[in-house]
Every structure is written in structure tokens, then in C-alpha cells.
Design a binder for this molecule. Structure first.
Ligand SMILES: [Zn+2]
Ligand SMILES: [Zn+2]
Length: 53
């Protein structure tokens, strides 16, 4: 099983209960963000090139 990592800072989110998973609206890839990046509003960039808030 793959370790789930934040897409913005690459932190492993296994112990982060406030992390979120969402689907890229462009390609449907699962995007994971940790609580820190979420609260800071850090952008994420999918491998398809989509950048989201
Ligand atoms: Zn993060
Ligand atoms: Zn995508």
C-alpha cells in the first residue's frame, strides 16, 4: 500500500486527521493535502498540470 502524501509539501499524512483527499476536476486523480497546507491555502498542482486553490 502506498504512503499517502500531501501533494504540496510531500508530508506523509498518515497521522494527520485533518488532511483531505479530493479529486482533480481535470483528470480525476486523487489529490491529498495536509492540514497545514490546507489552512495556509497552499496551491496544489496535479500531475496533469491543473493548479487549484
Ligand atoms: Zn502539505
Ligand atoms: Zn489532474
Amino acid at each position: 500500500m502506498d504512503k499517502e502524501k500531501c501533494i504540496s509539501c510531500a508530508k506523509i499524512i498518515a497521522n494527520d486527521i485533518s488532511s483531505v483527499k479530493l479529486k482533480c476536476p481535470n483528470c480525476g486523480e486523487i489529490i491529498i493535502r495536509c492540514s497545514a497546507c490546507r489552512s495556509k491555502g497552499t496551491e496544489y498542482k496535479c500531475k496533469c498540470g491543473f493548479v487549484g486553490p
